[in-house]
Design a protein around this ligand. Structure first.
Ligand code: NAP
Length: 302
C-alpha cells in the first residue's frame, strides 16, 4: 500500500467542479513548496520542480495554491514546473489574504474590489493563464468590504471571463448560503481532518448542494496530548491494510463523503505517492465510524 502506484487516484471515483471540471479525488496542496513559514522561495527549486512534475505524472489533476503562499513564489514555481499545463490539470488559486512579513502570525484579509481584481489579474500573470479554473476567496473575514461585496467582485471577474469557477475558503455554512444567492459557488475549502472538524457544518452544507469540499491539512493527525487516543484507533486499521496512518486519515476523508477533494501537501515524492495510493484503501463502515467518532464535539460555525 505504501508503494509508488498511481492506480488509486480514481479508485473511488471523481469529483466534478462547476459541472465541467472532472478531477481525481486526491489533489495536491502546493503550499509547502515555499520558504520557512510559507515565506519566500522554496530553498530546493530543482527539487520543487521535480516534485510538481511527479504530481502530474502520478495522475493528480487538482493542485491547490494561493497568491499569499510565498507570497507569489508558489504560483511562480507551479508555472515554471508545469507550464504549458496539461489540458486536464485544474489549478485552484486564492486571493484576498495578505502577509505582513515573515512572521507567520502577521496576516490579514483584504477584500475591497480593486484589491481583489488586482489579485486575480496578477495570479493570471504569474500562472500565465487567460482564465483561472477555480478561484477562491481565501478568507471571508476582510473588514474593508462586506463579504457579499467580495463575492460580487468575484462574480464580476467571472462575467469578464477571468475566472471559470468561484470557490470560497474558510467560511461558514451561513456564508455559503448567502454567497449562493449572489452567484454559483463551485467548491469550498476548510480545515477538516481526523482531529479537527472546523469545516463540519460547511461540509454538510456543501453536501446538500452537491459541490466539492476540499479539506485542508487533510492527513494531519493530532500530536498533542490526544495523540495516543488517535493512534490507538488509526494504527490497528493501518496495520490491517499495510498502510500508514496518514493513508488511513486520507482514506477516511474519501469515505466521509463523495464530495471530498483532499489536498495533502508534501515536499517528499514518496509521501506524495503514498497519498495518491490512499485512494485505493477500502475501509469498512465500522472503521469509518470509529475514526469519525474520535471527535464528538464538532461545534457550530453558524
Ligand atoms: N484555504 C486555506 O486557508 C488553507 C490553509 C492551509 C493549507 N491549505 C492548503 O492545504 C494544503 C495541505 O496542507 P499542508 O501543505 O500543510 O499539508 P498537510 O496535508 O497538512 O501535511 C503536511 C505535513 O504532512 C507531511 N506529510 C504529507 N504526506 C505525508 C505522508 N504520506 N506521510 C507522512 N507525512 C506526510 C508533510 O511532510 P513531508 O513534506 O515530509 O511529506 C508535512 O509536514 C496546502 O498545501 C494548501 O494548499 C489551505
Amino acid at each position: 500500500m505504501t508503494s509508488n502506484s498511481n492506480r488509486g487516484v480514481h479508485a473511488l471515483g471523481t469529483v466534478t467542479i462547476g459541472g465541467d471540471l472532472v478531477v481525481g479525488r486526491i489533489g495536491f496542496g502546493a503550499m509547502q513548496l515555499t520558504g520557512p513559514k510559507v515565506w519566500g522561495e522554496y530553498p530546493d527549486r530543482d527539487g520543487g520542480i521535480a516534485l510538481l512534475k511527479e504530481v502530474v505524472e502520478a495522475g493528480i489533476k487538482f493542485i491547490d495554491t494561493a497568491d499569499v503562499y510565498g507570497p507569489h513564489t508558489n504560483e511562480i514555481l507551479i508555472h515554471d514546473a508545469l507550464h504549458p499545463y496539461p489540458d486536464d490539470l485544474v489549478i485552484a488559486t486564492k486571493g484576498g489574504f495578505v502577509r505582513g512579513g515573515p512572521d507567520y502570525k502577521d496576516w490579514d484579509a483584504v477584500g475591497n474590489r480593486v484589491y481583489l481584481r488586482q489579485c486575480v489579474y496578477t495570479s493570471l500573470r504569474r500562472l500565465d493563464l487567460d482564465r483561472i479554473d477555480l478561484y477562491y476567496l481565501h478568507a471571508p473575514t476582510a473588514s474593508d468590504a462586506p463579504f457579499e461585496q467580495q463575492v460580487e467582485t468575484l462574480a464580476e471577474l467571472q462575467q469578464e471571463g477571468l475566472i471559470r469557477h468561484i470557490g470560497l475558503s474558510n467560511l461558514t455554512a451561513a456564508q455559503l448560503r448567502a454567497a449562493q444567492t449572489i452567484v454559483d459557488i463551485a467548491a469550498v475549502t476548510a480545515h477538516y481532518n481526523v482531529g479537527v472538524r472546523i469545516g463540519a457544518e460547511l461540509l454538510d452544507a456543501a453536501e446538500r448542494v452537491g459541490i466539492p469540499f476540499s479539506p485542508w491539512h487533510p492527513a494531519a493527525i493530532p500530536r498533542d496530548h490526544t495523540a495516543a487516543r488517535f493512534k490507538s484507533v488509526l494504527q490497528p486499521i493501518a496495520n490491517k491494510y499495510g498502510a500508514t496512518v496518514q493513508q488511513i486519515a486520507l482514506a477516511w476523508q474519501l469515505h466521509r463523503s463523495h464530495i471530498m477533494l483532499p489536498i495533502p501537501g508534501t515536499t517528499n515524492i514518496a509521501h506524495m505517492a503514498e497519498n495518491v495510493a490512499a485512494a485505493s484503501v477500502s475501509l469498512t463502515l465500522t472503521e469509518v465510524e470509529a475514526i469519525t467518532n474520535l471527535v464528538t464535539d464538532v461545534g457550530s460555525d453558524k
